[in-house]
Design a protein around this ligand. Structure first.
Ligand SMILES: Cc1cc2nc3c(=O)[nH]c(=O)nc-3n(C[C@H](O)[C@H](O)[C@H](O)COP(=O)(O)O)c2cc1C
Length: 208
């Protein structure tokens, strides 16, 4: 039995290429062992706290080993609960559409909430930063309207490059990638692209 945390970040539901590929992954994961569990967090149906002054003050107080005020402690508690939810898994699956060469704002909000000292990373003056979400594999599905795999276009990709930096920062080392591109084509080509990515997703899920 294994627990998969699935983060969905496209609002397009059954019209979403990244979600279709994620569903193939999840199907294969569940077929591999009927006791396998999937915890889905749909970012378009989940209330994240505003990451406001109290949350930021709490973050810096934790970072500097200072005592938070009551309001800050409450804000920190809110964050800790979401991080606990996130960390309670054996493996991860993220499905991400490219929006304006990067990620949807809902995903950035989630990242700003969970990337916290003492919870997902530590900082030591002598040795620097250390990620705390370790020893767990993650598969990331990136859907894009265009193609960003060539040398000429790769520099415009702030979606995969950003996610890999961030995931590495919080501790992930085993990061698998599934590209779904280009999706803004005629429907036959799009179906073919999605189908190729689904095949790859099934292989990855079987070898988790
Ligand atoms: C707000 C928005 C911004 C987008 N920006 C880009 C972009 O910068 N580059 C690109 O190749 N496609 C872009 N697209 C197209 C999506 O990346 C493409 O439709 C992809 O399939 C979305 O993933 P999904 O089908 O899982 O929702 C954008 C789409 C939307 C809705």
């Amino acid at each position: 039995m294994s627990k998969l945390f699935y983060l969905e970040s496209s609002p397009r539901k059954d019209r979403s290429a990244s979600i279709q590929v994620a569903q193939a992954f999840i199907g294969a994961f569940q077929d591999a062992d009927p006791k396998n569990e999937v915890k889905t967090l749909d970012l378009w149906d989940f209330k994240l706290p505003e990451f406001d002054g109290n949350h930021i003050n709490a973050k810096y107080k934790v970072l500097h080993g200072e005592n938070p005020t009551n309001e800050e402690a409450k804000a920190w508690d809110e964050i800790s609960k979401i991080v606990d939810l996130f960390k309670d898994a054996d493996s991860y699956l993220f499905s991400i559409p490219m929006w304006n060469f990067s990620i949807p704002y809902k995903l950035k909000h989630f990242i700003d909430v969970i990337t916290q000292p003492g919870l997902t990373f530590n900082f030591y003056p002598e040795t620097g930063y250390e990620g705390l979400v370790t020893g767990k594999p993650i598969t990331v599905i990136y859907a894009r309207g265009g193609e960003y795999s060539s040398v000429e276009t790769a520099t415009m990709d702030f979606q995969k490059t950003y996610m890999e930096l961030l995931l590495g920062f919080i501790g992930f080392q085993d990061i698998k990638t599934i590209l779904v591109e280009p999706t803004l084509t005629d429907s036959d080509s799009k179906e073919q692209t999605i189908s190729g990515s689904k095949d790859q997703a099934i292989v990855f899920a079987k070898h988790l």
